[in-house]
Design a binder for this molecule. Sequence first.
Ligand code: M6R
Length: 612
Amino acid sequence: MCGIVGYVGPRRVVPILLEGLRRLEYRGYDSAGLVYHHQGQLQRFRAKGKLVNLEEVVDEHIGVASGTGIGHTRWATHGAPTKDNAHPHTDCSGELVVVHNGIIENYSSLRSELTAKGHVFSSETDTEVLAHLIEEHLEDDLVAAVRAALAEVEGSYAVGVLWAREPELLVAARNQSPLVMGVGEEACFIASDIPALLPYTREVIFLDDMELAVLEKGRYTISRVDDAQLLDKAVTTIDWNAAMAEKAGFRHFMLKEIFEQPQAILNTVSGRIIPDTGLVELPEIGLDEADIRQLERISLVACGTSWHAALVAKYWLEKWVGIPVEVDIASEFRYRHLLLNERVLTIAISQSGETADTLAGIRRASSLGAKVLTICNVVGSTMTREADGVIYTHAGPEIGVASTKAFTSQLAALFLFTLYLGQVRGTMDSALRREYGSGLIALCGVIEAELPRLQKEIRALIEKYYTARDFLFVGRGVNFPIALEGALKLKEISYIHAEGYAAGELKHGPIALIDDDMPVLGLVPRDGVYQKTVSNLEEIKARQGRLVLIGTGGDQHLAGLSEDVLYLPEVLEDLNPLLYTIPAQLLSYEIAHRRGCDVDQPRNLAKSVTVE
Ligand code: M6R
């Protein structure tokens, strides 16, 4: 939901801002803009649409200025995606500029008050209010004016502010929107996310809510927004590198990230399970064994793809640990009547660790006395700092808007957590944990080996299906959430209407949709519900549905149901969700690519949803 970058230092500022924005473009691509100091003035450039449009506009200015600047890539909330609404926004004088990620909730009343005082607005955004509000408070101290303005603001913000009269000063602040500072030898940076900083520094400081940073060449101070006393914040060294956030020869980030899954899963599992003994170690979860034994219930909270991972985990945890598990979509959880206490463990699952609804969910859970654990991919993200414990997925930076390797890494982490709970609560003996632990590690090799063949077969297969208007995905048991995930992947990147169903649920309504125009992708491994799934597929076939099946190698019965069958090797039944996700992702990817869609930056979406 919008990305902001900022730089203060001796280098050419425009290339640094553009590179930062390129690495943050996954956060929004409705418009982009930047501003920098040059010869006593602020030079501002903005363009509607993707960053490439801004690059064309600033092209001849790239080498011009060194020093200080800020930039923004927008996911529109208030005001259409036009050039006028693009950030940076200015005050009446044009001497003060602001980039902002978040929502100023009281912008309407502030705008009326400021208009009455003579301020003239030139956009429909909530952000512009902030520029005029700072102007209203500004005499000769920018930092004081920013503090005074933010005191009047309600809502969420990560902001960067420049003033024409202070060419070596950048003021930044955050409340409920992510903001990280980068620290270099002679330079300081701000960014909404780590990848924007990686080409320049791996030394970062995570700003917390209501903190304000003053950045100057090679030095900085941090205090609270409402208190000038300086804070001593820890500098963290990030172990990602710049190349990890590049396409590495793949056509799209999504495809690269699909192919990275064997390694991402292995990285998530490595060092946490000893295959020979089946012993699982999760030292960072922030719960001691007594806490775990006393748990009465687990509450899983997440959004989108991460919610699908939670749905899979419910099957595992209830089966192997015998503990009741409830799964909530975070935007519902945060407002519903919650029955939580210290014996209910709330687990927030999130790739980014910044999703606003999930974050609000864990804050509510904490306030009700529940312990909170997060399964997260981004080191230092807000959720990891607010939760009582963390299980990091070690998937590396995920840039494609459609989540792929983060999802299978979440599944791996949740499976490890299941084994760990089984170990502590004595519901899984060591032989079983050994079998499943080794199975999980072996699965990485299986996926690695299958990926090229699957991609080839799927590329040929989709010629029959890429023009479809609708698609259904069905599965049963632990693969039902994979049907949901497959449908989400397809709709978000190809814009084909797709729905996922529990296969046994079709006859309660959705089967009315079946005709010879309706492709149905069936997930049908040889598992405990195989016969039941096959019966449901027969019902679809009897109504002329066009079946595409993904099943276990050697299953001849499937060939009788459909001419389009993708076969996968047999793995432990509980691990099928990780394996069956792979062809579903590839199918969506290849269809979207064939349709000419912008796979990495689908319309209307942003990767990190930091607004409600
Ligand atoms: O960062 P998070 O895992 O919290 O994000 C949750 C969803 O926004 C995310 O999974 C979204 O559904 C993806 N676009 C799915 O591909």
